[in-house]
Design a protein around this ligand. Structure first.
Ligand code: MG
Length: 361
C-alpha cells in the first residue's frame, strides 16, 4: 500500500464531529419504524484516530440495499442520497460494498469526504435504529475463506469430541476451508433450523477480515496493507454433518443456507486495534466464548500470506479467522443451538450481531 492509502486509512475521526462515543440505543424510544433494525443496542467507539463504519442498509422497507456510513453518534449516511445532495459523482456503485472495496483509495477518500461534509452541513440523517442492516457484503462473489483450529484452546477442547482421532498435533500451517456464498446472512437475520437435520447446530464466533485489494503471493510483512476492515462473523456449523455424515469433510456442515451471519458493519482497518479485540459469543445472554486476538495461533498477516500463495485474493473476499474455545459440541455435556435461541457474536470495538434460531416452515 502506498503512503497515501496508509494515511487515508489512518485519518482521524475528529472530522467526524467529535461525536458521542459508545452511544446506547433504545429502539422503542427512537420511534422505530417497520423497517428498523431493533437489535443495534450500541455503537462502540472506534479505536485510535480512525475511521469509518460501512454498512449495507435498507433505508426504507423493501428498498434496494445501499451503502451506509455509520457515524459515532449512531446516525447513518445514505451514501447515494448524500452524494446526490452534495453534487458528487461517485467513483463506485453506491449499492455495492464490493464496488466500493474495489475502488480502492479513491472510493475511500470520497466516502470520507462525503461523511465529513454531511456532518459539517448537519444533513438530516436517520439513526442506525431506523434502518435495516444487511450483511455488509450481502452477496459475496466467492466462497468465504475460513481458518480452522486457530486457537490452541479450541484445538485442545475438540480433542475428545472430534470424530477424526488421527489429528493430534497442531498444524504447521493454517488449516483452510470455505463456506459457500449462500451461507451469508444478515447481522440480525434468522438462522434456519430443521430438527431432522440441524439438531447439532453450533456457534463459532469469529473475527472476519475483509480484503480491500487484489493480491497474490502477498508477503507477511505487507499483508495488512490488503486488509480493508473487520466485521463480526459466526461460522455456524452443524457438527454431525461436518464430522460424520459426509466422510469427515467440513464443507457441507458449514455451508447450510444462512449459516454465516456477518456484520453489523465493516470497520476500516485503522479503526481497530487488533491486540485489544475480543471475540465473544453469547447464547441467550450466557457467555460461551470470550478470547483475545492475542490468543490467535496464526495471526492475520500469516493467514493472508499463506492463503494468497498461488491464490489471488480479491477486494470483497472475506476471511473468517477461526473460533476460540467454548463451542457447544466439546462441552460436557455437549450443547447445541435450539429453536428460539439467540446467538450473539461480538467483536469488541467493531460491533455485535444477534441471530435467532428459527424452525423452518
Ligand atoms: Mg470456524
Amino acid at each position: 500500500m502506498d503512503q497515501s492509502r496508509r494515511d487515508l486509512l489512518k485519518m482521524g475521526a475528529s472530522a467526524m464531529g467529535g461525536a458521542l462515543m459508545g452511544v446506547q440505543f433504545d429502539a422503542a424510544a427512537q420511534g422505530t419504524r417497520a423497517v428498523a433494525t431493533e437489535h443495534v443496542k450500541a455503537v462502540a467507539p472506534l479505536a485510535g484516530k480512525v475511521a469509518l463504519r460501512f454498512a449495507t442498509c435498507q433505508f426504507k422497507e423493501n428498498a434496494a440495499a445501499r451503502i451506509g456510513i455509520v457515524l459515532d453518534d449512531g446516525r447513518v449516511i445514505d451514501v447515494e442520497a448524500e452524494a446526490k445532495r452534495q453534487g458528487v459523482s461517485l467513483a463506485f456503485a453506491a449499492d455495492s460494498m464490493i464496488s466500493l472495496l474495489a475502488c480502492g483509495d479513491k472510493g475511500l477518500a470520497q466516502a470520507k469526504a462525503l461523511a465529513d461534509k454531511a456532518v459539517a452541513r448537519k444533513s438530516r440523517l436517520m439513526t442506525v435504529s431506523q434502518v435495516k442492516l444487511l450483511s455488509p457484503v450481502p452477496k459475496p462473489e466467492r466462497n468465504i475463506y475460513c481458518v480452522g483450529w486457530n486457537y490452541l484452546e479450541h484445538f485442545e477442547e475438540g480433542r475428545d469430541a472430534r470424530a477424526d482421532k488421527g489429528v493430534s498435533k497442531l498444524p504447521d500451517n493454517p488449516v483452510f476451508f470455505t463456506k459457500a456464498t449462500h451461507t451469508m446472512n444478515g447481522p440480525f437475520a434468522a438462522i434456519p433450523y430443521d430438527p431432522s437435520f440441524t439438531a447439532t447446530a453450533d456457534w463459532e464466533a469469529e473475527l472476519a477480515v475483509v480484503i480491500g485489494r487484489r493480491g497474490r503471493n502477498i508477503a507477511e510483512e505487507n499483508a495488512m496493507d490488503y486488509v480493508f476492515g473487520y466485521a463480526a462473523f459466526n461460522d455456524t456449523t452443524v457438527r454431525e454433518v461436518q464430522q460424520k455424515r459426509h466422510g469427515g469433510q467440513w464443507f457441507k456442515g458449514k455451508s447450510l443456507d444462512g449459516y454465516g451471519p456477518m456484520g453489523p458493519w465493516i470497520v476500516t482497518a485503522a479503526g481497530v486495534t487488533l491486540d485489544d479485540v475480543r471475540i465473544i459469543c453469547r447464547v441467550n445472554g450466557v457467555e460461551k466464548q470470550n478470547a483475545s486476538y492475542k490468543q490467535m495461533y496464526f495471526k492475520i498477516p500469516r493467514i493472508i500470506a499463506e492463503l494468497s500463495r498461488g491464490l489471488t485474493l480479491e477486494p470483497g473476499d472475506i476471511i473468517a479467522t477461526g473460533t476460540p474455545p467454548g463451542v457447544g459440541y466439546s462441552r460436557k455435556p455437549p450443547e447445541f443451538l435450539m429453536p428460539g435461541d439467540i446467538m450473539e457474536t461480538e467483536i469488541t470495538g467493531v460491533g455485535v450481531i444477534r441471530n435467532t434460531i428459527e424452525t423452518e416452515t
